[in-house]
Design a protein around this ligand. Sequence first.
Ligand SMILES: Cc1cc2nc3c(=O)[nH]c(=O)nc-3n(C[C@H](O)[C@H](O)[C@H](O)COP(=O)(O)OP(=O)(O)OC[C@H]3O[C@@H](n4cnc5c(N)ncnc54)[C@H](O)[C@@H]3O)c2cc1C
Length: 523
Amino acid sequence: MNAVNTAAKTRAARLDADVVVVGAGPVGLLLAGELRLGGADVLVLERLLEPTTESRASTLHARTLEILDARGLLAGFGTLPHDPRGHFGGIPLDLTVPGPYAGQWKAPQTLTEARLASWAADLGVRLLRGHEVRAVEPVEGHVDLVARTPDGTDARVRARYAVAADGQDSTLRGLLGADFPGRPAERELLRADVSGVDVPDRRFERLDRGLAIAARRGDGVTRVMVNEFGAQPSPDRSPGFATVADTWKRVTGEEIGHGTPLWAGSFDDSARQLAGYRHGRVLFAGDAAHRHLPVGGQALNLGLQDAFNLGWKLAAAVRAEAAGAHVFAGTLLDTYHAERHPAGRQVLTSVRAQALLLLGGPEVDPVRAVFEELIDLPPARRHLAGAVSGLDTRYDLGGDHPLTGAPIPHAALRTGAGTTAAVTSSAALLRAGHGVLLDLTGDDVHGERLARAVAPWAGHVRHVRARAAEPDAERLNVVGAALIRPDGHVAWAIGPDATPARALAAARRALRRWFGPPARSPQ
Ligand SMILES: Cc1cc2nc3c(=O)[nH]c(=O)nc-3n(C[C@H](O)[C@H](O)[C@H](O)COP(=O)(O)OP(=O)(O)OC[C@H]3O[C@@H](n4cnc5c(N)ncnc54)[C@H](O)[C@@H]3O)c2cc1C
């Protein structure tokens, strides 16, 4: 570990922020906003002086759209191009799943980052650009960080917690010596954005010598991606445009070497995942926690979902520690690894299968042929679409209700009556980043009891009485009442015919488990 220097060690304890987020990529920015919604004081340290303009991930999946909707962020994206189809390892896959956001949505990563940055700034996140974190030292009850500032001096920061959202070559991962097991690269996909070339569009074309993909954008720039079957990955991940153009020529027979490269690079199929997402007071999210071939938009979406899981928990842990509830804080934070590590492992497995189907040579052709038959069978298609979209991510939270651990289905809701009648949605209920005890019982007496049960957690959980409305009312017909966490996952639920008295006791247990000791005793 690269320790903070002695002067920092001997200085009196100083708290510069509740949480320092290292990295202002999409994951760090979403996380920072979530922390602010939960009331934490957040400082983001970012190495780059300006946001990157690099052309990176462009696909958002259904669960990510739900997350953005839950915080009211979708409007800022404008009308996004949408395709109900995606692919699995280059084999076309119909992504239709229940809900309003099925399919792939195209948003340049620069737009996603700009939208998240302005939302986070509006919420009061402090972002220091040109600050590269170079040292980290956990100290009792805090974590100290040292960052090199734009004028070449070092700044020292102390926080209760730090989050490494510092990307695939994570500095904090190295500084902490975090175990990052996995598989080395066996294949690579060369990639370049080129202007001044005129080649036909190709969607996952497997030719005799390799795989070729070409897509011309509206601004005339063509993105080419190519894999020559059997070629070894380059050791430094920066092959240069000449290598991309030569490989393209060998695989397709087309010349692109005369074009102007805007960017050239490569991705490999190495697959690694941190053994632990939490190292004491340092937590890892996004590419810092997992590395895999960024195929089909999975990398960005997985990272955003990490941030959405961690933000409210870390903010709650900070509040709980301030109130002396240390055991609750630690237990809640441990659920981040318990929930997101398996979710990441599942994506890594899926991506490795896709990498084989996509980048394997003629030896995988028979497997592809069988896969092409299977992928059209409804249960197989539904299974893969649920996984790729992120909608089938379900945490193991115990409980026997079919929705426990799953994201609350997106559905329209009616609240109030007469002059207070309103139409809302399960996503809109989450706008403030609080938990929701959604009460669909339609029973006044039971509703009053549930409202009283929630009262000690006021400010963090609210009780909402509603009726499911068309067009998707049937998606909630298994619910009498549900405790929804700020990340939209159902922590506890009962069916419409549950016994009220037992339900009340179970609701209180769930409230304690996820929102900590009550501020005042339940009545
Ligand atoms: C060229 C390219 C193309 C890609 N294409 C796709 C794609 O098509 N589909 C897909 O799903 N994914 C793609 N990805 C991956 C996708 O961009 C990432 O999954 C996503 O950016 C992860 O977000 P993040 O916030 O975890 O990390 P990043 O976006 O990498 O952000 C990390 C931030 O941390 C900062 N940082 C790093 N070290 C320090 C430090 N020591 N101190 C302070 N700041 C630091 C960095 O400057 C950066 O801003 C692509 C990535 C690249 C590079």
